[in-house]
Write a protein that binds this ligand. Structure first.
Ligand SMILES: NC(=O)c1ccc[n+]([C@@H]2O[C@H](COP(=O)([O-])OP(=O)(O)OC[C@H]3O[C@@H](n4cnc5c(N)ncnc54)[C@H](OP(=O)(O)O)[C@@H]3O)[C@@H](O)[C@H]2O)c1
Length: 228
């Protein structure tokens, strides 16, 4: 049995998440829900296959201790995943209400996850909570070589260069990619030496040069292909 504690289960994303979690036959799902929304959660659960595996946990992000009684907390037992989706997204709400729900509420959820020794805390929110957007690293299926292959790639804002961020993130992405498929590729314009040096730092090997299929790349069309 895998136990999930979900916040925001009655929300737009939460409803879809609940449905998907219930497709896992071993899933038991506790949903932190405000007292006033328990009827809505019950109606949602009633309309979902496996909905009987949803149990409401009455609480409120904006209250100390999430407004949970000791008895309600105890009933939770072991929790494998805490998935925090709930948030106040109301442009008319005042600063204090936003702070209590979105900032303090999240802090309370982190504390609860720690107290429950939950295996993993997942937080779904806006990228804005992470501060300045430095860039991204990730994996994508690509057919640029004429064969469908898993590509590891990165883009980092210039001011974040030179701190090892892309190398660290790319190494982690590559390691994950290799759990999916035995061969991961990466490619960049031949002139982009910074990028292909990074590929070498994370242990990729240079295979060959090739012309990118996109003809509009002009002088950047000549590419170099690396593989794991
Ligand atoms: N929807 C999107 O396309 C999208 C895109 C990017 C990021 N996000 C982020 O993803 C998260 C979820 O978005 P969403 O669209 O699902 O939000 P939503 O539809 O507005 O749902 C918000 C959820 O939070 C719950 N909630 C609000 N205040 C609460 C409180 N004080 N205590 C407990 N629960 C409370 C609501 O419960 P009630 O039923 O009681 O109101 C509802 O279940 C948000 O952080 C949002 O910024 C969403």
């Amino acid at each position: 049995m895998t136990t999930y504690l979900v916040t925001g289960g009655t929300g737009f994303l939460g409803r879809h998440l609940l449905e998907r979690l219930l497709r896992r036959p071993d899933a038991t799902v506790h949903v932190l829900v405000r007292e006033a929304s328990t009827g809505r959660l019950a109606a949602l659960a009633a309309g979902m296959p496996g909905g009987e595996r949803i149990s409401p946990l009455v609480g409120d992000l904006s209250l100390d201790g999430l407004g949970l009684t000791a008895a309600r907390r105890k009933r939770l037992g072991r929790v494998d995943h805490v998935v925090h989706l709930a948030a106040l997204y109301d442009l008319t709400a005042d600063d204090e209400a936003n702070h209590q729900t979105n900032v303090e509420g999240t802090r309370r959820i982190v504390e609860l996850a720690a107290a429950l020794r939950a295996g993993c805390l997942h937080h779904v929110s806006s990228v804005a909570v992470a501060g300045e957007f430095a860039g991204f690293t990730g994996l994508a299926w690509s057919d640029v070589t004429g064969t469908r292959e898993l590509e590891v790639g990165w883009r980092l804002a210039h001011r974040f260069w030179g701190r090892g961020l892309a190398t660290e993130a790319a190494a982690a992405a590559l390691a994950h990619g290799l759990t999916v498929t035995p061969r991961v590729i990466s490619f960049t314009a031949l002139t982009n030496e910074r990028s292909w040096r990074l590929m070498e730092r994370i242990g990729m090997r240079r295979e060959r040069e090739f012309d990118h299929p996109r003809a509009d790349l002009g002088h950047l069309r000549r590419h170099v292909l690396y593989s794991s």
